[in-house]
Ligand binder design. Structure first.
Ligand code: IPD
Ligand code: CA
Ligand code: CA
Length: 264
């Protein structure tokens, strides 16, 4: 299945790369900040057709709605472009992300860092790779020497969970904090040791499915803001090198307030 995962990610990446800076159509999903382009839809259609052809019985859960409910134990969780706002504005930081669930366990995941031509792949129990080379999380032990990354969800203006207060506190403690605009890439750069940790609230299953396994298999740690295990349906995620996890989690938890359900 890994061979097919790589093949479908490479195919979708070609579509996305070709569509970048082209004359694509732009629509608003909800309000002016939540965008979808014709290239998101084209990429998703390609992925849907590929999976349906190669694994006709498998289920599909995809961001732009090409879903397929099935009784198979396998479900492919698809983000056809992660970082659509960057893509739509001409910023070359976006990815294609696909995770594979077997009975709700993530068994494989792949993220294509489209503009750097890097394909990140992980398989449960077999580690994580970037273009075939093993990757590992960083070895930094304290927040004050760490480069961290976060993201803000589409309802950021409502400051869900005190996202701004958390950002402000951690920015004062860390070496530096970045905000890339593609959660899937954030996971990749924790997995390969560029960032020491990533945190975000209100992500969706397709934003995190492949990334969670990639970081775990690269030796990192994943939890929610209370330091409990989380699933792809969890509403908060901390992904780290493991060594700074508890220090970061405590800082986040100091300021975190559980959002009321309208924020979800
Ligand atoms: C978004 C990106 C972004 C994150 C948002 C996501 P999309 O996904 O991952 O980094 O901050 O919460 O919704 O909409 O570009 O696929
Ligand atoms: Ca996404
Ligand atoms: Ca998307």
């Amino acid at each position: 299945m890994i061979k097919q995962l790589e093949e479908v990610l490479n195919g979708a990446s070609e579509i996305v790369k070709e569509g970048f800076l082209s004359n694509f159509e732009l629509e608003f999903k909800s309000g002016k900040s939540n965008l979808v382009t014709s290239i998101d839809k084209k990429s998703e259609q390609f992925i849907f057709n590929y999976i349906s052809k190669n694994f006709p019985s498998h289920g599909i859960l995809a961001e732009e709605g090409s879903n397929k409910v099935s009784s198979s134990e396998y479900t492919w969780v698809v983000d056809p472009i992660d970082g659509t706002t960057n893509f739509a504005h001409g910023l070359p930081l976006f990815s294609v992300s696909i995770g594979i669930l077997r009975n709700n366990e993530i068994v494989a995941g792949g993220i294509s860092d489209v503009m750097t031509n890097t394909l990140y792949i992980s398989e449960a129990g077999s580690g994580s790779t970037g273009n075939g080379v093993k990757i590992k999380v960083s070895e930094r032990k304290t927040i004050d020497e760490s480069l961290l990354v976060t993201g803000f969800p589409y309802n950021v203006k409502e400051n869900p969970g005190n996202a701004f207060e958390i950002f402000s506190l951690i920015t004062k403690k860390a070496r530096a904090v970045r905000r890339l605009g593609s959660a899937a890439l954030d996971f990749c750069y924790v997995a390969n040791g560029v960032f020491d940790a990533f945190w975000e609230i209100n992500l969706q299953p397709w934003d995190v499915c492949a990334g969670i396994l990639l970081v775990k298999e690269a030796g990192g740690k994943i939890s929610d803001y209370s330091n409990n295990n989380t699933t792809i349906y969890g509403k908060q995620v901390i992904a780290s090198n493991g060594l700074i996890h508890n220090e970061l989690q405590k800082l986040i938890f100091q300021k975190f307030e559980e959002p009321v359900s309208k924020n979800l």
